[in-house]
Design a protein around this ligand. Structure first.
Ligand code: NDP
Length: 283
């Protein structure tokens, strides 16, 4: 292998904290499928050193980065160019340096979520009434991809209602009404899909939804969070008769697959990677 190829093979995921990240394992599995080698590390970057660290990584010949909490908006801001979907989200989970030396930002979270829901799970999103819990960075990142599936309507419910309202005002159209408010303001619609995009699972909590909430007979629930055990949202959804409930492991692997494709030009198989991660976690 030439020195140039070795340099181009350096990748990392950066965040703070980062110790929990599955991304190195996922990218190693993708590379193995393709008979490739990959140097992909998880790196903890100090909060005030992110921009400096990214510049140094690329100046030293690094090829690509995934970016996670809390740096996604800063990753978008530091890039020389951004894809339309990163611009729409105002956040990036993907950076790479192109041949001309420019840093390019993209956001693969939205397509990761939608691929997991529509392709892997076969959930119909067209004409669906979608309730999204949360209005933070993850929700901002996935809204454009969800709206591209032409749902009937979207409601954003958040602990801080103003954040949901602002996001809704930005995205609402005549074709797809998007509205937002607090958890107690969720309309009594029969929701087809409920997505948890809050970080409440980290503290083993569940957003304080009204007990009079309505569910469509085929209602499905998706928690962007993932872990060894079912999350409080997943347990709440099952207790309310939601027919299918998924965690965010599939989304994580799908966003990684698209990153791998953008860097390497070769799309990996995701199903075996999700299965082996679930087996390893006992899930
Ligand atoms: P942010 O910190 O940007 O947003 C957190 C959200 O959770 C906000 O809406 C916040 O409400 C809400 N929240 C936090 N604590 C509480 C609480 N105690 N009660 C009610 N609401 C609360 O985080 P992200 O948006 O980046 O991440 C959200 C989740 O999505 C995380 O669990 C993360 O792991 C997951 N995720 C999964 C991915 C995957 O690939 N599967 C990719 C990206 C994220 P408020 O606005 O009021 O503060």
């Amino acid at each position: 292998m030439t020195n140039r190829q070795t340099i181009r093979d350096r990748f990392a995921v950066v965040g703070n904290p980062i110790g929990h990240s599955l991304s190195p394992v996922i990218h190693a599995a993708f590379a193995q499928q393709k008979n490739q080698t990959i140097d992909y590390q998880a790196v903890l970057v100090e909060l005030d050193l992110f921009e400096q660290w990214v510049q140094q990584f690329f100046e030293a010949g690094g090829h690509g980065l995934n970016v996670t909490l809390p740096f996604k908006t800063r990753a978008f801001a530091l890039a020389d160019q951004a894809s339309p979907r990163a611009q729409a989200a105002g956040a990036a989970n993907f950076l790479m340096r192109n041949e001309a030396g420019s840093i390019i930002a993209d956001n693969t979270d939205g397509s990761g979520l939608v691929t997991d829901m529509t392709v892997n799970a076969g959930w119909p999103l067209r004409d669906a009434r979608i309730l999204i819990l949360g209005a933070g960075g993850a929700v901002r990142g996935v809204i454009p991809a969800l709206l591209a599936e032409a749902p009937q309507c979207v409601f954003l419910a958040n602990r801080t209602p103003e954040r949901a309202q602002q996001l809704a005002e930005h995205w609402t159209t005549e074709a797809i009404p998007v509205s937002g408010g607090g958890y107690r303001e969720v309309p009594a619609e029969a929701w087809d899909v409920i997505i948890n995009g809050t970080s409440t699972g980290l503290s083993n909590e569940m957003p304080a939804l009204s007990s009079s909430m309505a569910f469509a007979p085929q209602c499905r629930g998706y928690d962007m969070a993932y872990g060894h055990a079912p999350t409080p949202f997943m347990m709440w959804a099952r207790a309310h008769g939601v027919v299918e409930v998924l965690d965010g492991l599939g989304m994580l692997v799908e966003q990684a697959a698209e990153s791998f494709f953008l860097w390497r030009g070769d799309y990996p198989e995701t199903t075996p990677v999700v299965s082996s991660l679930r087996a390893a976690s006992g899930g």
